[in-house]
Design a protein around this ligand. Structure first.
Ligand SMILES: N[C@@H](CCC(=O)N[C@@H](CS)C(=O)NCC(=O)O)C(=O)O
Length: 207
């Protein structure tokens, strides 16, 4: 049985739960609280971050590697397309989610969850919202008319991006209506069974 050390609202953990749900792989979640130093995580991961995935002696401490591993493990997985050029595109969009969308949303999420509304640094939040909008502009073009970020099947890029969109929505920055392809994609994602299965138990709030 797979064990996943995780924090329920963490977007890196959320994308791994989405992949596990898509592949119908059961797992044992071990919750790690915000700021908690979990001795097992410390021992298993050189970065000390969550998620950490353990599967029959295989230890993985980087979420993108987890998705690659789960895809390789499951013969029926469609998380990556078979054609090399298409797979590279999905991997690039996955990296975009981690390296661009996450940092764009960071100030907005951290500010809103760390202090009460009256004390929010509104400029910090507005700048973050602006960067998030620019990410959506980029993703709207990348998605085009496709059902998912890779074609017709839910890919590892979809796992990563869906979790980011979910976090943004939870903190009041839902997908902007000027992006019809993204609105349609996110609606499709939310309608899936795996969305419900992987959805966080809660989000951190200052109130
Ligand atoms: N590159 C890592 C990033 C993981 C990460 O930053 N996790 C955060 C939670 S969202 C964390 O564990 N933060 C606690 C810490 O850094 O001590 C991955 O993709 O797995």
């Amino acid at each position: 049985m797979i064990t996943l050390y995780q924090r329920t609202d963490c977007p890196f953990c959320w994308k791994v739960r989405l992949a596990l749900a898509e592949l119908a792989l059961p797992f044992n979640p071990v919750e790690v609280g915000l700021g908690e130093v979990n001795p097992q995580v410390k021992q298993l991961s050189p970065t000390g971050t969550v998620p950490v995935l353990v599967d029959a002696g295989v230890i993985i401490w980087e979420s993108s590697v987890m998705l690659e591993y789960l895809h390789d493990k499951c013969a029926t997985s469609t998380l990556l397309p078979d054609v090399a050029a298409q797979a590279a595109r999905v991997r690039s969009l996955h990296a975009y989610s981690d390296k661009c969308v996450g940092p764009a949303l960071r100030d907005l999420v951290f500010e809103k969850r760390s202090t009460t509304t009256a004390k929010w640094n509104k400029q910090l939040i507005a700048d973050s919202e602006q960067r998030w909008l620019q990410c959506q502009d980029y993703l709207e073009v990348q998605l085009g008319q496709a059902d998912y970020f890779g074609g017709t099947a839910f890919s590892m890029a979809d796992c990563a991006l869906a979790a980011r969109f979910g976090v943004a929505e939870a903190y009041g920055a839902a997908v902007d209506q000027r992006h019809p392809a993204l609105v349609s994609w996110y609606t499709r994602v939310q309608a899936g069974d795996t969305w419900q299965q992987a959805y966080p138990l809660g989000f951190i709030s200052s109130t």
